[in-house]
Design a binder for this molecule. Structure first.
Ligand SMILES: [Zn+2]
Length: 405
């Protein structure tokens, strides 16, 4: 089994550039395509599940992160603040403060809850292991960060629906057999400086999340002192190539920040009531998810996630063969299949070898036979060749592409 760093040598999904900065990954065209596919998949599902997509700034006033206590409890993971026009700013490491402010910007009624904000947010976190871990612990990454404001009355139902969402996503990605669920709790004795000390709220949150997990039907284990600073959480761990698990999804239950930010809604009796907030990162980081997928499939991504689905290789530089290759490429592209013609001056055999190393979905070879025929020969990753009519080939690949719809 190879790591994402080793696999990336031939797949070339990401790179680093010392002039840009340490631990700051650059996604290539292929890496960006995978990220876009994942993003579209998740966002489409979120629409169906009643989420509000929002976009908030990548930097903000430090005061806000002092209210959330990220600036104190989480300071080592944040880049140092900086001053501008007499104000102190930080680059965001989370989106919670922004989403809290959005909730607080209007008077809220119980009829609006659960209110689900979600954002594909670019975050920056300081992690000196950065580049050494490829795209697993980058200093800049995109996290699909949601904050769901709900009442104590509906928090269990909402949390259960998120677990259902998680199961769906890992099943579609083909990862169900490689994950485990960890209930990450705080400090029983309230001595650990990592956590905000509010014993009553901790006990309440841990009571809720333990009930939720016991009723969820998923197998899980509990771990003390693994919570975040404001509440317990469910961590979905995914096995890496080495067998070592890392977080792929996290869902935090927060009874504390609603107090610190002083947010409330008007309940049925028109009284002020504190909401509970579920912080949900699904996935935790898009870049890390790409790394998990690379390692899990050892580069052989499912067709719908494969950046280069079809590569067309003309057998020679003959103009008739080139224009036939272009025409077939246009047919694939017009049918939503990611296809390209390899026009490089490399030898034919070398082009085929490179396409195999890059784990493209199919290689289509165009020679004299294809000039007068409606059939093409497709070579899959196993090296099996199949001749078929172009329109049948397109229909077959389209079905694989939309298998998740
Ligand atoms: Zn959050």
């Amino acid at each position: 089994m190879k790591s994402q760093i080793e696999l990336n040598k031939s797949l070339n999904y990401f790179t680093f550039c010392k002039e840009i900065g340490y631990g700051l990954p650059i996604l290539t065209n292929s890496g960006t395509i995978i990220k876009e596919i994942l993003r579209n998949f998740i966002r489409t599902e979120e629409f169906k599940r009643g989420y509000h997509h929002v976009e908030t700034p990548v930097l903000g006033l430090k005061n806000l992160y002092e209210t959330s206590q990220h600036a104190t409890k989480y300071a080592n993971d944040m880049f140092p603040s900086f001053a501008s026009e007499g104000e102190e700013y930080v680059m965001r490491s989370v989106t919670c403060p922004n989403h809290y402010m959005m909730f607080k910007s209007e008077l809220r009624s119980y009829t609006e809850l659960p209110l689900r904000y979600t954002e594909m947010s670019t975050l920056v976190r300081r992690d000196m292991t950065g580049e050494l871990t490829g795209i697993f612990r980058a200093n800049s990454f995109t996290l699909n960060d949601a904050h769901i404001f709900c009442s104590r009355e509906n928090v269990k139902e909402e949390y259960a629906s998120i677990i259902d969402f998680i199961k769906y996503v890992v099943a579609v990605l083909g990862l169900s057999d490689s994950i485990s669920y960890r209930l990450s709790l705080g400090d029983e004795n309230f001595n650990n400086q990592k956590f905000i000390v509010k014993p009553e709220l901790w006990r309440e949150a841990e009571g809720y999340i333990t009930d939720i997990m016991n009723q969820s039907g998923v197998e899980f284990f509990s771990a003390r002192n693994k919570a975040c600073h404001y509440g317990p959480k469910l961590d979905v761990l995914m096995k890496r190539y080495s067998g070592k698990p890392e977080i792929i999804i996290t869902v935090q239950l927060d009874f504390i920040l609603p107090e610190l930010f002083d947010v409330y809604f008007a309940n049925k009796k028109q009284e002020k009531e504190r909401p509970v907030v579920i912080h949900r990162a699904l996935p935790f980081s898009m870049e890390r998810t790409i790394g998990f997928l690379m390692e899990h499939y050892q580069g052989d991504l499912p067709f719908w996630l494969t950046p280069e689905q079809v590569i067309i290789i003309p057998f020679s530089e003959d103009s008739l063969i080139i224009s036939r290759a272009e025409a077939i490429n246009a047919l694939f592209l017009n049918n939503g299949i990611r296809s390209s013609v390899n026009h490089s001056t490399e030898k034919y055999n070398k082009k085929v070898k490179k396409a195999i190393q890059q784990k493209v979905g199919y290689i289509v070879l165009i020679g004299n036979d294809e000039l007068t025929s409606d059939s093409i020969t497709m070579r899959n990753r196993l090296g099996e060749k199949q001749s078929m009519n172009i329109s049948i080939a397109i229909d077959t690949l389209k079905k694989q592409n939309f298998a998740i719809a």
